[in-house]
Design a protein around this ligand. Structure first.
Ligand SMILES: [Mg+2]
Length: 194
């Protein structure tokens, strides 16, 4: 678990939007380069499946989830679709700050309502402003120093799931949302839709 203990309930209760970086947060930062038989370049990343349920449970609690990355890759678009994340922004070379500002303006969220999960220096302008800056276990020291909470797990190894659980526990919503989720699964199995 996190070396920072519980997320402060005061910070956690204000969060309405969780923004995820991709490389080093949703993945271990590794990128696999390949070439298909037809000569097409192929880029692969490894995502952690348990993070997906974390995202799902956040959304069930009414917390929005967005992806903002500085690299463009079809697999990120696909993972975003799989997780039902509508705000997927892949903007190579661009600053993340204007993208985050745009999401907040459209949705009417203040900085206090935003959590951002990060591992590297490029995210610091955003981390300095959000209400809940979070560093994954593999984050560089500069990011860890700004973070108000740190995961015990590394990116690509359940850091997103750990954060989702910690946020919902701090808000007192974890037990209810898990109970509802399990009940729904059970109902689906009884009716044969699961
Ligand atoms: Mg990163």
């Amino acid at each position: 678990m996190s070396d920072a203990g519980m997320i402060s309930p005061e910070l956690a209760s204000a969060i309405r939007l969780v923004i995820l970086d991709v490389d080093g947060v949703m993945t271990d930062g590794g990128v696999y380069y390949g070439v298909s038989d037809s000569g097409e370049r192929v880029e692969l990343k490894r995502f952690e499946i348990t993070d997906g349920l974390g995202v799902h449970l956040l959304k069930r609690s009414g917390v929005e989830v967005a992806i903002v990355t500085g690299r463009r890759s079809e697999v990120v678009a696909r993972r975003g679709r799989e997780l039902g994340i509508e705000e997927v922004h892949q903007d190579p070379g661009a600053e993340k700050l204007p993208i985050v500002r745009d999401i907040m303006e459209r949705k009417g969220f203040a900085w206090e309502a935003v959590a951002f999960l990060s591992d590297d220096l490029a995210d610091i302008p955003v981390l300095r402003r959000v209400g809940l800056p979070v560093a994954v276990a593999n984050a560089v020291p500069e990011v860890a120093a700004i973070a108000r909470w740190r995961t015990g797990r590394r990116g690509g190894d359940g850091a997103v799931r750990e954060f989702a659980e910690a946020l919902l526990k701090s808000r007192g919503e974890w037990e209810r949302v898990v109970k509802d989720y399990l009940q729904e699964r059970e109902d689906a199995e009884w009716t044969g839709t699961g």
